[in-house]
Design a protein around this ligand. Structure first.
Ligand code: HAM
Length: 423
């Protein structure tokens, strides 16, 4: 036993798991290309001040923060949005609008470790900067739909809301900014009764009416929400904005389960539409995002509306496992090449390189095992073929190809090997 183990909340992803995660990363990257989001790499470490601004207490209090050797107060990034907003107010400031930016990588939050909740996890992140239009909001939801569809995930659905509804009510009821932040946090955790303790009686009654709306049809539901808000202009405008966004979504076969009028998300920077995506019986969000029109300005840029989304790639991996969806390309064939004696080693190695160059996955026998042991090893590793390079076959330009699945063995001409292996 090693005397060391990984730090609590940190995980080692072994071969299969890494392969699954990489498959999802590839799909995320394909989606970025399909929607023309340019990929950027930002630092894992940023100033704590940048990451704390408008991230909300949920994230602010869970960052891995330390002083670097130059006494700077820095943190491991808990998300990408702050870094991209920093770029939008600096290096990308003069870029043609809209700016579409994609990033993928690990992020860090000191969350309580449990299934689907880690301290180091992976996100794919997309930000669309420079547009206020509902079609920009819709794009991030459609892009998420496209990405998840391409991973093979089934039955996922979106929950959509608008932070302007709760904010509009609280603003009109003159609720202090700090209290608003607290109320939104409690609403995010569905601790409604705790939230009600902090707001006016009229706010409580509007909130309760909104929570009580039972209509399932999306557009009828929007009407009912509007009716509850007839005295709240800002909140009503938010619902109208939501309606405009939904019009774009319904045209494009996007699975929307609910419009939640009291929806709130942990991050403080949101100013408009907010959304999350989930699958049934798996009660954690696989991705979430929304509009944040004031963050970039806060970082020193000019007024710059933006909307974005981040997907939790570890959770998507779990969700695919939960739905028993095999996403790994099962079609590639794995081959072990074994020289019969030392004299065939160089020829066998040369053959391995040739096969690799033709896209076959080849292991060369490097443990000095002879045939019997090498065959045992290859079947334990679930390889498809063993190629045995022997002296007599080589003389006639042949090798022995052993198919491990059906235990067949034939002499095959070297130039026919690729065709035989690829089938
Ligand atoms: P977020 O909702 O904090 O949003 O995180 C996005 C996704 O990351 C979540 O939906 C979830 O799938 C995953 N996630 C969060 N915490 C954990 C954890 N402890 N372990 C595993 N997965 C986790 C953001 O990060 C925003 N930056 C999204 C955004 C981009 N908004 C605008 N632009």
């Amino acid at each position: 036993m090693s005397k060391y183990k990984s730090v609590r909340g940190m995980r080692d992803l072994l071969f299969n798991e890494t392969q699954q995660l990489n498959f999802i990363i590839e799909k995320a990257r394909e989606t970025a290309k399909n929607y023309n989001y340019g990929e950027v790499i930002t630092p894992l470490i940023e100033s704590n001040e940048l990451l704390s601004a408008k991230s909300g207490d949920e994230i602010r209090n869970r960052m891995f923060t330390f002083k670097d050797l130059g006494n700077r107060n820095v943190s491991l990034r808990p998300e990408f949005t702050a870094s991209i907003a920093r770029l939008a107010s600096s290096l990308l400031k003069r870029n043609q609008k809209p700016i579409r930016v994609f990033s993928v990588g690990s992020v860090y939050r000191y969350d309580e470790p449990q299934r689907g909740r880690y301290r180091e996890f992976w996100q794919s992140n997309y930000e669309l900067i420079g547009s206020k239009k509902p079609e920009a909001d819709a794009e991030l939801i459609l892009l998420t739909n496209n990405f998840l569809k391409n991973t093979g995930l089934k039955n996922y659905f979106f929950k959509i809301g608008h932070i302007g509804i709760l904010r509009g009510i609280l603003n009109q009821e003159n609720t202090d900014e700090k209290i608003q932040a607290k109320v939104l946090q409690l609403m995010d955790k569905k601790e409604y009764n705790e939230a009600f303790k902090l707001v006016s009686k009229t706010s409580i009654s509007v909130f309760k009416n909104l929570i009580g709306i039972e209509e399932n049809n999306i557009f009828d539901r929007i009407e009912k929400i509007k009716n509850q808000l007839y005295e709240y202009k800002e909140a009503k405008n938010a619902v109208q904005n939501l309606y405009e966004i939904l019009k774009f979504l319904t045209c494009c076969d996007c699975p929307i389960r609910t419009i939640d009028p009291v929806f709130s998300r942990g991050l403080e920077y949101y100013t408009g539409v907010i959304f999350e995506v989930q699958i049934p019986k798996f009660d954690i969000s696989l991705g979430g995002g929304g509009r944040y029109d004031r963050l970039i300005e806060l970082f020193g840029g000019t007024s710059n509306p933006a909307v974005g989304v981040a997907h939790g790639l570890d959770r998507i991996k779990l969700a695919l496992q939960f739905q028993d969806i095999k996403n790994i390309d099962q079609n590639f064939k794995k081959v072990l090449v074994v020289p019969v004696t030392k004299d065939q080693e160089i020829k066998a190695l040369e053959l391995s390189e040739k096969l690799r160059n033709k896209g076959i996955f080849v292991e060369f026998e490097v443990m000095g095992r002879r045939i019997g042991k090498a065959l045992q090893y290859a079947s334990k590793k679930n390889m498809n073929y063993v190629i045995i390079v022997g002296e007599s076959e080589l003389k006639t330009g042949m090798v022995v190809l052993k198919d491990l699945a059906n235990h067949e063995q034939k002499s095959v001409k070297i130039e026919d090997l690729i065709k035989k292996i690829k089938g």
